[in-house]
Design a protein around this ligand. Structure first.
Ligand code: AMP
Length: 128
């Protein structure tokens, strides 16, 4: 697995406190904050603090503690925002874009939590 991490990406700068963010939850290994350009009423990004480029990089190379912490943060936010169907919420969608075909803009692994309105079908047929 060969990934080169660009430490000048915008999420690396957020983690170094070089640019501000609207934090939702911060832990030893993970940070969750509001997306600066929300696509739906609830649009949260969760990132690991470690230098991982995308999902497979993170899961293959991060420690179990980092992976567990990340997933717990995602779940806690789904519950605390009232999105969890198990708590009477209307549900949510998790998306992680990877690489060129996945149209990943920021090369630091992140998971989008989307909710707060009906989200439609999972994918629309790509136009290109
Ligand atoms: P992706 O295409 O999955 O890489 O999406 C990157 C996401 O990061 C987009 O939804 C952007 O709106 C979001 N984003 C970019 N810069 C910032 C920032 N400074 N603070 C919060 N979200 C950001």
């Amino acid at each position: 697995m060969t990934y080169e991490y660009d430490d000048q990406n915008v999420f690396a700068k957020i983690l170094r406190n070089e640019i501000p963010n609207s934090t939702i939850l911060s832990t030893e290994f993970s940070l969750a904050f509001k997306d600066v350009a929300p696509q739906v009423p609830e649009h949260i990004l969760v990132i690991p603090r470690g230098p991982y480029v995308c999902f497979d990089h993170f899961v293959m190379e991060a420690s179990d503690n980092e992976i567990i912490d990340f997933n717990k943060v995602v779940a806690k936010i789904c519950v605390s925002l009232g999105l969890s169907p198990g708590n009477g919420g209307n549900g949510y969608r998790l998306i992680s874009n990877s690489g060129r075909f996945g149209v990943q803009e920021v090369p630091h692994y992140h998971l989008h939590i989307l909710g707060g309105q009906p989200l439609g079908r999972m994918l629309q047929r790509p136009t290109s």
